[in-house]
Design a binder for this molecule. Sequence first.
Ligand code: FAD
Length: 538
Amino acid sequence: MPDIEVPVLIVGGSLVGMSAALLLGHHGVPALVVEHHRGTAIHPRAAMITQRTMEVFRTVGVEQIVLRKSDEQFVQDGAIMAVETLAGKELAWFIANLNEGVRDVSPSSRIFITQSLLEPLLKSRAEELGAQLRFSTEMISFEEDVTGVTAQIRERDTGKTSTVRARYMIAADGSHSRIRERLGIRMLGHGVFSKSITIYFRGDVAPLLRGRSLSVIYVLNSTLSGFFRIEKPFTSGFLAVHWLGDPKNPVTDVSKDLTNERALEMLYAALGSRDVQIAIENVMHWDATADAAERFQQGRIFLVGDAAHVMPSGGFGGNTGVQDAHNLAWKLALVLKGAAGPKLLSTYDPERRPAAAFTVEQAYSRYVTRSAPYLRSDDMQAIQNDLNIELGYCYHSAAVIPEGADDGAPHENPRESKGKPGTRAPHVFLDRNGEKISTLDLFGGNFALLAGPEGNAWCESGRAAARQLGIALDVYEIGADGLTDPSGNFPNAYGMTPSGAVLVRPDGFVAWRSKGSSGASPAILTHTLTTLLCRKPS
Ligand SMILES: Cc1cc2nc3c(=O)[nH]c(=O)nc-3n(C[C@H](O)[C@H](O)[C@H](O)COP(=O)(O)OP(=O)(O)OC[C@H]3O[C@@H](n4cnc5c(N)ncnc54)[C@H](O)[C@@H]3O)c2cc1C
């Protein structure tokens, strides 16, 4: 007999494991999280949060608190640029203003907030939604069988062990994932190309900023390559160092023989001034790597976050992990509730692995271009627009019904995808009984059917199909029931006529679309939903 029975066991309770717990809680699944550390992150690490991650946070009710805390910690809308030194020459401005030119595609903004500030916010919301969190607890072994996973967990302080029985297990145990290793899943990609360090420091660097509003500052000079992130009021931050010395013959093991004095020298070399009194608070060692796992699922076990992919730069690693959790949570919830067939879970790997592998390559290309030109090679992917990575990744699986032949596109400009099945449902501002909302606010719980202002036949058919299948379906006729489209742009933004309709999944991805009213019937939507939910036809 197990000591604890749960629907889902999550191993690792940092950014991605905590997000998985929160998202499962949002779908009514109380997961158990075991985390080796005594609490949430102590190191700042990830801070760049994409619009997509903020959209996910919006769905689960934490966007506003995250925004407030972010504003306390960082300047908003800072630039991403490169310098020789903070005091010296500017080399390039990659993005002049973090949200310039992207505000129209989302109701949410790109922001900066460190993991040490973000994780407690996710934790308290996850607990509110029913997650059980056990810190100072490690998973020490597991076995999978046909109906579930049995794991041994141990409390670090007392040594007490317990047996957990779960229907499914999520491996959110980081880049050195023991679960991935145990399952024999290889990492594929570029491997480790530097032993990097992050130096956390205190010191008043405001004079060196010279009033510039900067989010990420890449540093490239004859001593080192790395990047700064500086917190308000500009008296603390970190310098990550990727390599040292001559770029033609770089020393890529920055960790080796590191002393406090050496770390201080690196800081002064990046600051370009010795006028600042600096105190080093901490040094973290990590491998700069660009790899993705060869499989994201094995049986009842799913890899998410750094356990599934690792990236050296670009601010994508944690965000990609949150998107993994977002993709998986609703599928697990529907399967556990019996509303979907177990095969729905087999769509996790074909959807998330290509999206993550594309992001890994893009992070690698950015790393080479911005920080390590000596790695440049002909097989490097061309750099794509950040929006294509953040909002434009496309899904191809049994949980999407393509229109005609599937083009297999891995990504698309989110301004051009216009409601195409397999892409993120576009943002359009609507008015709901006098309140300005986004189309995105209609998603997140159940499947949603959105019909144009002349699409009532689809709405009636959707309600009938949901009744027949015994599932919850949110039905919206845009332009009726207190839901108006002041810009009149909804049909065009979703690539349909006013009499068309789309089915949007709980993760806000378009699963199916009819551009017009042709074929509107309960039978068509019953068949479509049965297919998308991987259910056996009745
Ligand atoms: C300097 C730096 C800057 C970065 N900046 C960004 C950024 O701006 N944006 C971004 O998106 N990403 C960024 N990243 C990457 C980001 O930090 C990672 O992608 C993210 O932390 C991954 O989260 P995770 O939860 O998957 O893994 P981790 O944070 O590694 O967490 C794994 C957890 O699992 C626990 N664990 C492992 N094994 C067990 C076990 N057997 N039992 C119990 N617990 C276990 C560990 O204690 C750990 O807490 C940055 C990384 C670094 C180093």
